[in-house]
Design a protein around this ligand. Structure first.
Ligand code: ADP
Length: 442
């Protein structure tokens, strides 16, 4: 099957970078990213001086491809109709009401998107799940497509989860460890798998493209994220023990990571993991296990989130303890707002919990992040606290002037400079949270 036009619904952190790289690597395919958010589309089209997603290398890829074979549009119906493959990269937050609230993924955006495709499509389509989704979502999408679609149109659903890590998305897309394509074991299913395989094999070695059934592909994504988060919670739990015993968590990480069976990645203590995927995926996994009556398995994975919450609270408490047990009226610089360095994404960032915790105890915060917009920082805080005793800085040096302490939440390289002057006293005490310098995410 020859593919000439691809559409991606959702111009966010997944859709934007992924499609930019597909467009770069497949110059003969017209790739159009659509979104209901006009502002986002305008931003991708260069209306503002920055793209809506910050990723090292992304702007360069967009510059090369935009207007050549990469397009951003809000004409969703038209683009769906003219495309042979439609990727769904819409948001799938955790449900906040109804059955499974606080745990299961809210599929309303995915469902709306599937309905949209069904109602518009006049020719056969391959629909690719790109968003992180609970296992067996493909079945649900298929049901919607069949119910709302025309009888003479055939839809083939593939699962092709995105494994990119924010902050290194472009490199990850260029050199993926693996690409997973899950499809039905039918003739049309396998033809669809082959069509997507042919796209990725333009730049990914064929042996790294795994063909699986749809459910294995869906579950692999949840399981991969759960295993990564588990490493972070494991090392973070040990950081608490290190502080009690006098062992050094950095030394411990190094020693553990040198075992080739374990390896060094995702083994640095931090304030906790964040990002839009880890917590959501683990909660999905927990929900799924409970649904199938696997209560011990559910409890096991839930503990990873509990340790993450514990670590965030512990970090805030360390700041409070370091300032004599009371932060009321004290000024604290909080450096790093995104959930990890090299991204402007602050979804589920531990910085939010730490900030809210301190604000609620009367602290005054100076917040600095190299990439996160002030508007987003304000939104993040206002969802959890009505406190306004904070200021957002665009200048690192100003943000740390005359504060009682500086707390480094994530490892932007700009902050390393500060770390090297640990003895400088900022109008009080400089707290060097050695164990918490780096954060690793998604
Ligand atoms: P992710 O990190 O998964 O990419 P984002 O929230 O960054 O998530 O992006 C998802 C995008 O999907 C948002 O820009 C949102 O406006 C868009 N979106 C959600 N539902 C629809 C829909 N039905 N049609 C088009 N775009 C949608």
């Amino acid at each position: 099957m020859k593919i000439n036009r691809i559409c991606c619904i959702g111009a966010g952190y997944v859709g934007g970078p992924t499609m930019a790289v597909i467009a770069l690597k497949c110059p003969k395919i017209k790739v159009t990213v659509v979104d209901i958010n006009q502002n986002r589309i305008d931003a991708w089209n260069g209306a503002y001086n920055q793209l809506p997603v910050y990723e090292p290398g992304l702007a360069e890829v967009v510059k090369l491809t935009r207007g050549r074979n990469l397009f951003f549009s809000n004409q969703i119906d038209k683009v769906i109709e003219e495309s042979e493959i439609i990727f769904m990269a819409v948001n799938t937050p955790t449900k906040n009401k109804g059955e499974g609230a606080g745990m299961a993924a809210d599929l309303k955006y995915v469902e709306a998107c599937a309905k949209n495709i069904a109602q518009v499509a006049k020719t056969d389509k391959i629909v690719v799940e790109k968003s992180t989704l609970p296992v067996r979502t493909a079945e649900k999408i298929k049901e919607i497509l069949i119910t709302h679609g025309r009888n003479d149109v055939h839809f083939e659903i593939l699962s092709n989860p995105e494994f990119l890590a924010e902050g290194t998305a472009i490199q990850d897309l260029f050199k993926s460890d693996r690409v997973l394509i899950g499809g039905d074991n039918t003739l049309t299913g396998q033809l669809a798998v082959k069509a997507l395989f042919d796209i990725y094999s333009q730049w990914i070695p064929k042996e790294k493209i795994l063909k699986t059934n749809v459910w294995s592909s869906e579950l692999s994504k949840l399981a991969s994220n759960a295993m990564l988060a588990q490493r972070i919670s494991s090392i973070n739990s040990l950081s608490a023990l290190c502080e009690k015993t006098g062992a050094d968590i950095d030394e411990l990480s190094k020693a553990i990571g040198m075992d080739h069976r374990i390896g060094p990645k995702f083994l640095r203590a931090s304030v906790g993991f964040g990002g839009s995927c880890f917590q959501k995926d683990i909660l999905n996994l927990v929900y799924l296990c409970k649904y199938y009556g696997l209560h011990e398995v559910a409890e096991y994975w839930l503990q990873i989130i509990k340790i993450n919450d514990y670590q965030k609270n512990r970090f805030a408490q360390k700041i409070i303890d370091g300032l004599g047990g009371d932060v009321n009226q004290k000024k604290i610089a909080l450096l790093g707002w995104s959930f990890k360095p090299n991204t402007n994404d602050s979804r589920e960032s531990p910085a939010i919990n730490v900030a809210v915790n301190l604000l609620n105890k009367g602290a005054y915060l100076n917040i600095f992040d190299p990439k996160v917009d002030e508007i987003n920082i304000r939104k993040d805080i206002s969802k959890l606290s009505s406190k306004t005793s904070f200021q957002v800085y665009r200048d690192l040096n100003l943000s740390i002037k005359d504060v009682n302490s500086v707390a480094i939440i994530s490892g932007w390289k700009e902050f390393l400079r500060i770390d090297s002057v640990e003895n400088i006293i900022f109008n009080g005490s400089f707290l060097k949270f050695k164990n918490f310098k780096y954060k690793i995410g998604k």
